[in-house]
Design a protein around this ligand. Structure first.
Ligand code: GTP
Ligand code: MG
Length: 396
């Protein structure tokens, strides 16, 4: 997708406020999408079912900042195979949304009220948009009545969205409670075959930015340079943040009084419920050779040799629990509705997911009483260093 989320200067999609449009077919969702985007980014036609797949557009909505606008297929799609797949795609969008716009051009129908309840049950702020000049007698609240083809109501719409949207960053600070202004923080970042050529991975970039915002001094090295780097510092660092793959190597060299954590732990805390995930790591002790483990990764990258999720973790888990341990790997959107057959879920750091999306995955695991953890916490527990790991204070 060539837009403001793909350029060199772009805010990553996962850090944008996700604003999603829902409604029956032909009510004017795409027209509203275009009005908010300020450009004809989605196809509009007087034909029910014009939008089939979600359409995303990065926008700046002052004073909210970087947002991601998402248009969807009508939720009253036909009840056939394709209709059901479109509906699932719309439901997937709902799981990532931070703000929902429920659009109608008539008095809300039963399906609209069902969706309103569904979105509210997901603790989403929902703005009801009465479009095409329809003036409700008893408007649902909060709502706005617009006729999106008139210029003046686009401003009205924008203001209503802004007043409903949560203020501030959609993702808590990565290093909340772990680093104070003036602290020296040492980052250990292996640049092995897994590392993309010519750049750092997103969790590292975001952590550096977060620490700079906190007025910390950021020092970085590869594991091979760790001892020399520590020796070069006038005083021990206050915090060390490592790639989880070398957690034990770094833990063994972490000076007394220096906190230790990993990029994956920081991402998990910012994106999800760190308490639930930390408990999940301890659940590894309860696995038996007959247990089933689901390893879920957000990216659909081509697996590399020695890939952490596909090779390293299954190997260490089996060495610990027994070779017959069943390990299933799912990537991208492939996230089973029924998790009850698993004894533990181990998720990647989810740097490509927004907080809403990760929280909805954790909520599903929790509802089905399935323990869930993430790569970094699982590795820390398997290496016996979990008690040594500092967790950020995401309530901050
Ligand atoms: N008069 C009037 N017509 C509108 C308004 N908004 C949309 N329309 C018309 O309604 C029709 C459907 O608009 P879309 O924006 O494509 O509707 P949609 O909800 O995205 O439809 P699907 O993608 O099929 O689900 C088009 O012919 C639009 O021109 C409006 O505010 N006023
Ligand atoms: Mg449409």
């Amino acid at each position: 997708m060539e837009n403001a989320t793909s350029g060199f200067n772009a805010t990553p999609q996962a850090s944008r406020l996700h604003i999603a449009l829902f409604g029956r077919r032909n009510v004017g969702k795409s027209s509203l999408f275009n009005a908010l985007a300020g450009q004809p980014a989605a196809i509009v036609a007087d034909h029910a079912g014009t939008t089939t797949d979600p359409v995303r557009r990065a926008i700046e909505l002052h004073p909210l900042g970087p947002c991601l606008l998402i248009d969807t297929a009508g939720y009253d799609e036909a009840d056939d195979e394709i209709g059901r797949r479109r509906l699932q795609a719309t439901l997937d969008v709902a799981a990532t949304a931070d703000v929902a716009l429920l659009v109608t051009d008539t008095a809300p129908q039963t399906i609209d009220l069902e969706w309103l309840n569904r979105l509210r049950a997901m603790e989403l702020p929902v703005l009801v948009v009465y479009n095409k000049g329809y003036q409700p007698e008893h408007p649902l609240q909060p709502s706005v009545a617009v006729d999106v083809i008139t210029e003046a109501t686009t401003r009205l719409l924008r203001e209503a969205v802004i007043s409903l949207a949560p203020q501030g960053d959609v993702t808590p600070s990565l290093t909340a409670g772990l680093a104070a202004p003036g602290d020296v923080v040492l980052l250990v970042m292996p640049q092995d075959r897994q590392a993309p050529r010519g750049r750092l991975i997103l969790p590292q970039v975001q952590t550096i930015r977060d620490l700079l915002d906190r007025e910390c001094t950021v020092v970085g090295c590869t594991p091979a340079r760790l001892e020399a780097t520590l020796a070069a510092l006038a005083a021990p660092p206050k915090l060390m943040i490592t790639d989880s793959q070398v957690f034990d190597f770094v833990a063994a060299r972490c000076p007394e009084g220096c906190r230790l954590t990993s990029f994956s732990v920081l991402m998990a805390a910012a994106k999800g419920d760190i308490g639930y995930l930390a408990d999940g790591a301890r659940h590894i002790d309860r696995l038996t050779p007959a247990s089933r483990v689901l390893i879920a990764e957000a990216c659909t990258h081509a697996p590399l040799t020695e890939d952490i999720g596909r090779e390293k973790l299954p190997r260490i888990l089996r060495a610990r629990v027994g070779q017959s341990l069943e390990v299933e790997i799912r990537s991208g959107k492939d996230w089973p509705a029924d998790l009850s057959g698993y004894d533990l879920i181990i998720h990647c750091g989810a740097c490509m997911f927004n907080r809403r999306q990760m929280l909805s995955r954790i909520a599903r695991a929790r509802e089905q009483s399935v323990a869930m953890t993430n790569y970094g916490l699982a590795i820390a527990h398997l290496k016996g260093i979990l008690p040594r790991v500092s967790l950020p204070n995401t309530a901050n």
